[in-house]
Design a protein around this ligand. Sequence first.
Ligand code: GDP
Ligand code: CA
Length: 304
Amino acid sequence: MITRIVEISGGVGGARLARGFSALREVDLTVIVNVGDDAPIHGLQVSPDLDTVIYTLAGLEGPQGWGRADDSFVANTELSRFGVDNTFRLGDLDLALKIYRTSRLGAGDPLSEVTEAIRMSFGLDVKVLPASNDTIRTVVNIEGGRQLTFREYFVDRGHQDHVSGVDFDGAATANPAPGVVESIDEADLVVIGPSNPPLSVWPIFAIRDVAEAVRRHPRVVAVSPLIGGRALKGPADVVLSDLGLGAGTESVIAAYRGMIETLVVDTTDRADVGEIDGVRVIALDTRIVDAEPASALARAILAL
Ligand code: GDP
Ligand code: CA
């Protein structure tokens, strides 16, 4: 029997779980991906989370989880000749994808169609959908009332600021990309990947029709991005706490209030197993940097 699974995903964490599900023959997987971090660089359209998901599903992701493995940086280095700020490093192989995306978008093709062409070119049989074809931009409000673009907050300033709020510009009027709501409605199981809840998942739920589809789905499981109460990488634990959601497992449950039936935490957080605020909490091994433990976790989620 085939189980239809929809995963809601940001970049690295969500991509790793998607790779786990994609290895299971009995799963028909659709990944709905955050576009709130999308922004141009050198005039090229960068969709960091879509690219991380596609590269990871193809087994071609870079050592930090983003970009391409074994990439070279010839073009990026050459940019300094023109006095261009090239501190945001884009590898040559990665640049080719960005050039292709930019030219298709420039010709008027929607992001979902371009993404479909890209995933087919990598030979993937998993469906990968941008949450929206419309522009959604995550804005990070930091102490002192300053507003930062996601890239300013995350890349330029190294996510060291305390966050007082997050906004998703454009989300209120954005439509879900074709197939997003339909795939959630038809799914046997919706899984929220171990992505940063406020910064990677909320921009997807900021699209009203997507949030409603998830809310009415009877089987929604989230995987916590926290291990031992801390993010494996990045600021998820700090942002959850900065936003007043508390710490550890409770903060993830608070971030997904009204959305999930079950939360999977890591075995290091097994003290939280039971029921918290009406959510069933179970513990599994969620350390899924490699493909093998990722598919073991996917199999365990399927068996819940
Ligand atoms: P980004 O868009 O690339 O920042 O990625 P995501 O939002 O999808 O993922 C960032 C989150 O993934 C961080 O909070 C990490 O703690 C989490 N993460 C990364 N790898 C793993 C893993 O192997 N297991 C778990 N549980 N979380 C992970
Ligand atoms: Ca991201």
